[in-house]
Write a protein that binds this ligand. Structure first.
Ligand code: PPE
Length: 307
């Protein structure tokens, strides 16, 4: 996805020009994937730009770091203030925010203990992750031949840079086979998630999504959508889903910071429901969009106004 540069980037506590936000070729993370990152969205609201679930994202950044024995030298509070300052200084309204912490340059070898930890926060405008048409009319997906990496091999429930080779392989395969996105099964063959999204299924009015122990990323959007759905009176269960159950679904949709609520209209060349976004997906998508724009008073605390 092409992006438009903004003015400044936050690096290790200070603002630097966009063009200077570079990394040395010997950074440990570049070779071994030893970093953690986040994806956050900021939305334009009636009261100015507001970052959605900012604290939860920065907390997850710290939790992911812990999973790889990395200590981020900036507190959650500091990262939250830095992010808001960054959006303000760059005069951005709605934008995507990418914090990343990683082991930098020290020597060579797989062991990163004692290496410096570098942290950047970058913000730039971004539209619909799976396309405007996808957001409105639904996307076409397939089951990947790549399994989601096992939690026994890497901390699969953390957002670790190197883990995304798994996602990149799956999305490349999906695109080259003519699909918009992939669904990855986990190591026991149950549905895990998309390459960068959690998945939900609707059948007979009931909503289901794989549990955290399916080896998925504990999506922040996933949590919000579960809460919104339950508050709206829908039954939501976290239960293992098999590939063949997907074919019986009335509705399927993805959730994610980048993807927001994206309907799925086709899976493995089988039409989902009538082949257009179903009523529950549409209702949740509408409520989610209103929530992130500050139009739902009961969820207003999910927004952090940039000021
Ligand atoms: N699963 C994966 C594997 C994942 O990468 C994401 C976020 C999610 C689920 C949804 O999590 P959440 O954003 O907390 O609801 N993927 C991010 C990055 C995508 C990308 O870099 O490309 C995102 O949505 O920002």
């Amino acid at each position: 996805m092409h992006i438009q540069p903004s003015e400044n980037v936050w690096k290790n506590g200070t603002m630097i020009p966009w063009k200077d936000a570079t990394v040395h070729v010997l950074a440990h993370c570049l070779h071994y994937g030893t970093g953690v990152f986040e994806g956050i969205r900021c939305y334009g609201t009636a009261k100015g730009p507001a970052v959605f679930k900012l604290r939860e994202h920065m907390e997850r950044l710290h939790t992911s770091a812990k999973a790889i024995n990395m200590s981020i030298p900036h507190s959650v509070d500091e990262l939250c203030s830095a992010t808001k300052a960054l959006v303000r200084e760059n005069r951005l309204d709605s934008c995507y925010i990418r914090p990343i912490s990683f082991f930098g340059v020290n020597g060579i070898g797989v062991n990163p203990q004692g290496y410096p930890v570098e942290t950047f926060v970058v913000a730039f405008p971004m539209g619909a992750y799976l396309g405007e048409d996808g957001l409105r009319n639904g996307i076409r997906v397939h089951t990947s031949s790549w399994r989601r990496m096992s939690s026994g091999a890497v901390p699969a429930t953390a957002k670790i840079c190197g883990d995304y080779v798994n996602s990149a392989l799956a999305v490349m395969e999906a695109k080259s086979n003519g699909f918009d996105e992939a669904i990855l099964l986990n190591d026991i063959g149950m549905v895990a998630e998309g390459s960068g999204e959690n998945i939900f299924m609707v059948r007979n009015g009931r909503i289901a999504t794989p549990p955290l122990n399916a080896g998925i990323l504990p999506g922040i959007t996933r949590n919000c959508v579960i809460k919104i759905a339950r508050d709206s009176g829908y039954e939501v269960v976290e239960d293992h889903i098999s590939r063949s159950e997907l074919y019986l679904a009335d509705e399927l949709f993805f959730t994610g910071t980048a993807a927001e609520v994206t309907p799925i209209r086709e899976v493995d060349r089988r039409t989902v429901g009538p082949g257009k976004p179903g009523p529950i997906t549409s209702a949740l998508q509408k409520k989610f969009q209103a929530t992130v724009r500050g139009e739902e008073s009961q969820y207003i605390e999910w927004l952090d106004f940039v000021g």
